[in-house]
Design a protein around this ligand. Structure first.
Ligand SMILES: NCC(=O)CCC(=O)O
Ligand SMILES: [Mg+2]
Length: 336
């Protein structure tokens, strides 16, 4: 038998006016939620567009600093720096990854000097630095060696912290790297250097445009990363990964990609209740851009809705190539 609740309950009553819609709104997106990934190149006063990511440019350090100053004005809490490493600096053992005078390290120092209040996160993984485009050191069959890779990641992480990075972002998916990096940072007095672990990073095809942007697509060729990144079919495994990283000393955990993996964000947030982030990756960005450029979607509405959905799923923040644009839109909305 159906118990009749209508018209006592009319769900549409609260939706009838803007004031009551605002009063019952459960989640909001603010500039405080945004982390802006940025690509840095060698040279001076140069900007290069990324073809598969309209609106995204690779910048030389001087322009990166100018951009960072604008981001501080907009109230964006943190950027994530990704270096585009010249081919001649790539090698089998990725020595350039921990060069104190490397591109990432110099970029961190320059931005930190100009914008001390802006959080700076760095990427700890070897793919921009290896000739084969894998995230680690490989054996003669091309298999990524976990423990050998960690030795290099540790040096890389320390070089970032010494350059002034506030947050180290290991995105490599090696087992046990968080504790090794954490202890090394402690030993060198970097007590408050935070770690955002890419804990549940999936072997996804949504990273294509990013690999174009950093120039690792060609090196990687037809090989994939399925023997270290997670299978998109799995969900419980993500909780296991996160549990390990928290236990090893991660301050923040991340899910990547974002939108197709919001179920994972929600499970992690409800299970662990730790600061949880998601990466709205390059392929997700490219899809929205392409549809918007064709006039098929309203870019502003869809981008804002998309990022709000991350919040609803439980993300405390979102790495997104839309960060600056969204901060501008939010500023515009606030001025109304
Ligand atoms: N380690 C960072 C990434 O792989 C970013 C992926 C993307 O934006 O597609
Ligand atoms: Mg792991």
């Amino acid at each position: 038998m159906i118990t009749r609740q209508f018209p006592i309950t009319r769900m549409r009553r609260m939706r009838a006016d803007d004031f009551s819609r605002r009063l019952m709104r459960e989640h909001t997106l603010t500039t405080n939620d945004l982390i802006y990934p940025m690509f840095v190149i060698e040279g001076f006063n140069l900007r290069e567009p990324v073809a598969s990511m309209p609106g995204v440019e690779r910048l030389t350090i001087d322009l990166l600093v100018e951009e960072a100053e604008e981001l501080v004005e907009l109230g964006i809490p943190m950027i994530a720096i990704f270096p585009v490493v010249p081919a001649e600096q790539k090698s089998l053992y990725a020595e350039e990854a921990y060069n104190p005078e490397g591109l990432a390290q110099r970029a961190v120092r320059a931005v930190k000097a100009a914008c001390p209040e802006l959080g700076i996160m760095t990427d700890v993984a070897l793919d921009p630095f290896t000739t084969h485009g894998q995230d680690g050191i490989i054996d003669d069959k091309g298999y990524v060696l976990n423990d050998d890779t960690i030795d290099v990641l540790m040096k890389q992480a320390l070089s970032h912290a010494e350059a002034g990075a506030d947050v180290i972002g290991p995105s490599d998916m090696m087992d046990g790297r968080i504790i090794e990096i954490r202890e090394l940072l402690e030993d060198h007095g970097h007590r408050n250097t935070r770690i955002m672990a890419y804990s549940a990073k999936y072997a996804s095809s949504y990273y294509g445009p990013f690999r174009d942007a950093v120039g690792s697509a060609a090196s990687l060729g037809k090989s994939n990363k399925a023997n270290y990144q997670m299978d998109p079919a799995n969900s419980n495994e993500a909780l296991h990964e996160v549990a390990l990283d928290i236990n090893e000393g991660a301050d923040m955990v991340m899910v990547k990609p974002g939108l197709p993996y919001l179920d994972i964000v929600q499970r992690i947030k409800s299970e662990f209740k730790v600061p949880t982030y998601a990466y709205h990756v390059s392929g997700e960005y490219a899809m929205l851009k392409a549809a918007a450029q064709n006039g098929w979607l309203d870019e502003r509405q869809v981008a804002m809705e998309t990022l709000l959905c991350f919040k609803r799923a439980g993300a405390d923040g979102i790495l997104t190539y839309y960060a600056k644009q969204v901060a501008l839109w939010l500023e515009e909305d606030a001025a109304l």
